[in-house]
Design a protein around this ligand. Sequence first.
Ligand code: MIC
Ligand code: SF4
Length: 640
Amino acid sequence: MGMNIAEKIIEKHIVSGEMVVGSDIGLKIDQTLTQDATGTMAYLEFEAMGVPRVKTERSVAYIDHNTLQNGFENADDHRFIRTVCKKHGIYFSRPGNGICHQVHLERFGIPGKTLIGSDSHTPTGGGIGMMAMGAGGMDVAVAMGGGEYHIAMPSVIKVELKGKLRPYVAAKDVILEVLRVLTVKGGVGRVIEYGGEGVKTLTVPERATITNMGAELGATTSIFPSDEITKEFLEAQGRGEDWVALSADEDATYERVVEINLSELEPLAAMPHSPDKVKKVKEIGKIKVDQVCIGSCTNSSLMDMLKVAAILKGKTVADTVSLAISPGSRQVLDMMAQNGALSDIIAAGARILECACGPCIGMGQSPNSGGVSLRTFNRNFEGRSGTADGQIYLVSPEVAAASAITGYLTDPMELGDSLEITMPKKFLINDNMIDAPIEADRMNEVVVLKGPNIKDFPVTDALPEDIKASAVLKVGDNITTDHIMPAGAKILPYRSNIPYLSKFCFAVCDETFSERCKEVGGGFVIGGENYGQGSSREHAALVPLYLGVKAVVTKSFARIHRANLINAGILPLTFVNPEDYDRIDQGDELALEGIRNAIENDGVITLKNITKGLEFAVECPLSDRQKNMILCGGLLNTCK
Ligand code: MIC
Ligand code: SF4
């Protein structure tokens, strides 16, 4: 029987388990990437494993998130990551060189290879046909040490693309349409594979925009075929030898096929506060805009910047709008500088930011109170911009640039003029900001430098026989890791200081959470559907662990967060009957009697609500490997 692309790559990399949908499989990982906000912890974990040199084909560390150096913390972490990389065989992309996913696509990604990254937007690599997945830092550390990466064998949805995008309709509109159809939980347990005639009409950076934001579907990853267009892109990056062809067999099968006619798409926007609240720009109407931000790993390629420059050329940003632009990489910025696009953007009045995540993760550029901000980013979760009541809309670079000029949400198709941008035949290649590691036989010459902000890892205990504690927090559906462990300029510098971070845990939902947890020594968190969607940050598990959270009981979990909870030794339980969610109130006394025994022997798990005198069936499907982790108290304990 024929195979789809995902199955072909999995078949080549499977080390344990069977390719049966839903069952646990272990994959050999060819490449890893980290960024600085998750990297510090990931490298501390890698050091704790005691493996001298990475065993992957290529591991790269990027500095792109924590670039605001408002105190010693971030610079100390950069220095730690630089030295740890030099010693242990990891390439180091220096601050200013660009956003991890953009640079990795340009300089390192290879079709057909596996990549895991401690960042949820690692699927950007699917744009050149990689099986690229976001993972918790600990899983990345294990992969660097040569260990397998475990996922549930995904089922595959095909998105069949027809036709061709019209001018001013963008790749961003394609992924927004997919989000509209499938929603933020529609991709859980699945790979989204693109195919059909329309694929040929999309450049690699456009494909990468689509696979990047596939993270918002909750998908394991998204992937495009590797074809002639992929080959041209790699050749233009001076890496033609990395190309291999990759496509699905004619008779490949899929769980479901979703058709999208590119010719019929229109400019779309995701409204506050969810990437799947998608409407046509025209339908939303001409709302007044206070801020426009262009950039992030979703939309910061040279193509995107050239389109923006063409729209802004000869115009001035509306007097009520602040326009900020962060190119995705130094390659992009340098090429914009050389061909004059940068000059057009500057002349229009844009504020040029460094090549980094910047406003996307709340590192500056928070909008004014209640302000409407149009962003070409991938997430518009509540509070993420740094302004609690900020109204964030996710749009394409075309919509963003057109609206920056008019001052209100604008359908760029109204601009009329044509917009023809072609991909360059050669990119400007300069890897002088990527440091190679020292040779293995000289590794002892390198001293790893740790700053005072690096604090100990929370201690985990083996799973007890019984758990009795209260429901310290009850939350609703689609809780994001930005709710559980917020980011932003004030908090991000403490990613290696769990005790400090703990003060902000769940602060978006309940400012008293951290204090209450400390008073009662932790307990249960109760959640709805798709709990833990969004970021890969393992801090959303490590911080609750530090605060004494023993188990999280929900209607369903997002993939990476569930894995992070297990890695941290926290029980992820789901209600067998989702209505039982309504039979627990915050503050109720709960108990899991004989839980250790039930986990060990795959027994029935009963959650008692002592306060209400009720009992509920809950479940916790675990592979043998995960069972071991939960029983031992997390991955690090298992490794020891
Ligand atoms: C994000 O976009 O939320 C981040 C910041 O890139 C995270 C990683 C992190 O929290 O450090 C992600 O997407 O995984
Ligand atoms: Fe950085 Fe934003 Fe991309 Fe996350 S989503 S990697 S914060 S640019």
